[in-house]
Design a protein around this ligand. Structure first.
Ligand code: ZN
Length: 272
């Protein structure tokens, strides 16, 4: 369980304080903090509480949503990302994950141009804060309003367009990219370029009943996580495997039982 990380959103009904108690009981060593889990809390105090719980902060979710129809909208997106970087620094998160955004009706290529521009505007602040950024390609079903970046290839293109800054990489989320015929080579490329910043795991259920909140626990769906994890490891990634599950079904039940199921399913997949 050495590389097991759980996102606070995965156990959304649990307040952060309970996550800090319940996660380590199951051998979880990493925690990814969602901004809403930090609301009303002092980030510097949370940083210490996570360390006291024997875990490390793996990343902060999330920044992004750069494209907007107006210059004002794009400016306020940049400001929000600067706040996310500041928060990551304060809470001890080495990485901010970017859900890059899209504007319905705006050409996707234009949204990607605005995404590159927005990332370029916040990179100096991220560098200064010692915080890395990771573009997370999202499944194309979200290309209307959540992310004009649907593939690893497009994420690489944005890194390239910005001159391959060291602090900018990619978050590989199994749920979003499992279908991509280029996945193995794009993961390998991310490894070679030093861009493999995060690996998120869950599963794709059939039939999927909700486009957002019907993710499966590992093993409940059709994603070949063993194979994908081999590719990620072969690319040199040694970081946490982050369990990120949005699920109305699991959220409706007992979160401690859910955490038990996460630990059991992780232990089945990975022998560490
Ligand atoms: Zn993710």
């Amino acid at each position: 369980m050495r590389r097991l990380c759980v996102h606070t959103i995965t156990t959304k009904p649990l307040p952060l304080e309970e996550c800090l108690v319940e996660f380590p009981k199951r051998g979880v060593t990493g925690i990814t903090l969602w901004r809403q889990a930090l609301e009303g809390r002092d980030p510097a105090a949370v940083r210490l509480q996570v360390a006291d719980a024997g875990m490390e902060v793996v990343s902060l979710c999330r920044g992004g949503f750069f494209p907007a129809a107006t210059a004002d909208g794009r400016r306020s997106a940049v400001e929000d990302n600067l706040r996310a970087i500041e928060l990551a620094h304060a809470v001890g998160a080495p990485l901010v994950v970017l859900v890059c955004g899209a504007v319905p009706g705006q050409p996707l290529a234009e949204s990607r141009r605005q995404i590159a521009e927005g990332i370029g505007a916040v990179l100096p602040a991220a560098d200064a804060a010692g915080v890395r950024l990771a573009i997370e390609p999202l499944h194309p079903m979200y290309a209307d309003d959540r992310s004009a970046v649907s593939t690893m290839r497009q994420a690489h293109e944005i890194c390239d367009a910005l001159g391959s800054p060291v602090g900018l990489g990619i978050a590989v989320d199994a749920y979003h990219v499992w279908w991509d015929p280029e996945l193995e080579e794009q993961i390998a490329l991310a490894g070679r370029k030093g861009r493999l910043h995060a690996f998120h795991i869950c599963d794709w259920r059939t039939p999927t009943t909700d486009l957002l909140n019907d993710r499966g626990l590992m093993g409940e769906g059709c994603i070949n996580l063993r194979e994908m994890s081999r590719w990620v490891d072969a690319a040199g990634f040694t970081g946490h495997r982050e369990v990120e599950i949005f699920s109305d079904r699991w959220w409706a039940g007992d979160q401690r039982a859910f955490l038990d199921a996460i630990a059991a399913s992780y232990a089945q997949l990975y022998h560490e």
